[in-house]
Design a protein around this ligand. Structure first.
Ligand SMILES: Nc1ncnc2c1ncn2[C@@H]1O[C@H](COP(=O)(O)OP(=O)(O)OP(=O)(O)O)[C@@H](O)[C@H]1O
Length: 334
């Protein structure tokens, strides 16, 4: 895994658009230690991270809650200044030249909107047009393209606060792209969206990357986002980069399990079938775990042959459990 983690620090990769070397971010905080007592403490949110991302890459940046993902993204946009280390985006030091960098990057936060809440969607785009001083023809071209591909036509005159979460997210993505950024940071872009909206957003991002070679750094708790979009994934834990490689490689390090949820006609003792183990029984519903790398088909066929099957579904392991398993298998860092 150490090899994987250093793979991208290769200086030969010259087309690096995002570069971090030994980057740290330390917060000084005051903690309550009693009714009237407060103590100074230091939180090392990012602890010596180094990686590079080349032009046109789509990279997943994942890790448990509090791992340091948002802090990294905030440093990459210039909102936060690193406590130590070197950081460049498109050759620019983000915290020193935040305004210049803003013309080269786009940012979308799934949990927050950058659109004007009370204004119709189109007015937000007009404001972005002026704020970024986007040439008129370029603005029109980009707007038309986003409206068509993100299906925004019927929404342009609707105040943002009346949009559904999925509509708002598509609106936010368009706003982040009107000035043709080279780098797009996406923080949980599919959180809370229904299956159709998720698919739409993913398809749009894939096309954007294919057509414009936009570099994308994506944080998400949804493994399917990574599966559909990223051939590289970086895992951060306690402020340190603990994995940098393919998603398949991550699964291989943390051989997870998938869960088969089986609905039978009636209550039944735990199902016995080769290749899966029963993990839970609740009335007529049973849960069986099987290796993520195995096919569900033979297990499903065997159950259908021997049990009164009504319905079934397969659940992917959530990213937290994949990562948790991965950590359980690796030695604790010094
Ligand atoms: N402004 C701040 N002041 C003090 N501590 C902070 C601040 N911002 C973040 N932290 C701390 O830094 C650590 C990393 O936080 P960060 O928000 O980067 O994690 P994250 O990986 O984005 O988590 P999540 O998935 O929950 O969003 C946490 O311990 C957090 O409490």
């Amino acid at each position: 895994m150490a090899e994987e983690a250093t793979r991208t620090a290769d200086p030969v990769r010259t087309a690096a658009l995002i570069e971090l070397a030994d980057v740290e971010k330390v917060f000084d905080v005051r903690r309550r230690t009693g009714p009237l007592r407060r103590e100074k403490a230091r939180v090392r949110a990012v602890d010596g991270i180094g990686f590079t991302v080349s032009r046109g890459e789509m990279v997943g940046y994942i890790g448990p809650n509090g791992a340091g993902k948002s802090t990294t993204i905030k440093m990459l946009t210039g909102i936060l200044t690193p406590s130590a280390g070197r950081l460049r985006v498109a050759g620019i030091d983000p915290s020193r030249e935040r305004t210049r960098l803003a013309r080269r990057i786009g940012v979308v936060f799934g949990q927050r909107t950058t659109l004007w809440w009370d204004l119709p969607l189109i007015d937000s785009y007009r404001l972005v047009h002026r704020m970024y001083r986007i040439p008129d023809d370029r603005y029109r071209r980009n707007l038309e393209r986003c409206v068509e591909l993100l299906d925004l036509g019927a929404l342009l005159d609707v105040p943002v606060r009346q949009l559904s979460l999925g509509q708002r997210m598509r609106g936010d993505i368009a706003a982040a792209l009107l000035h043709d950024p080279e780098v797009l940071y996406l923080d949980e872009p599919t959180i809370g969206l229904d299956v159709v909206s998720k698919a739409k957003v993913r398809e749009f991002l894939r096309d954007l990357n294919a057509e414009r070679a936009t570099t994308v750094l994506l944080t998400t708790h949804d493994l399917t986002d990574i599966e559909h979009l990223c051939n590289r994934v970086m895992v951060i834990d306690h402020g340190r980069l603990v994995y940098d490689g393919t998603l398949a490689g991550l699964h291989a390090i943390a051989p997870g399990e998938r869960i088969l949820v089986v609905d039978l006609e009636h209550r039944h003792p735990p199902i016995e079938v080769a290749g899966a183990r029963p993990v839970r029984v609740e009335g007529p519903r049973q849960w069986l775990a099987f290796p993520a790398s195995a096919s569900a088909a033979p297990i499903v066929a065997a159950i259908a042959a021997d049990y009164p099957l009504v319905d079934l579904s397969v659940r992917e392991p959530d990213i937290e459990s994949v990562i948790a398993r991965m950590y359980a298998e690796r030695p604790t860092p010094p």
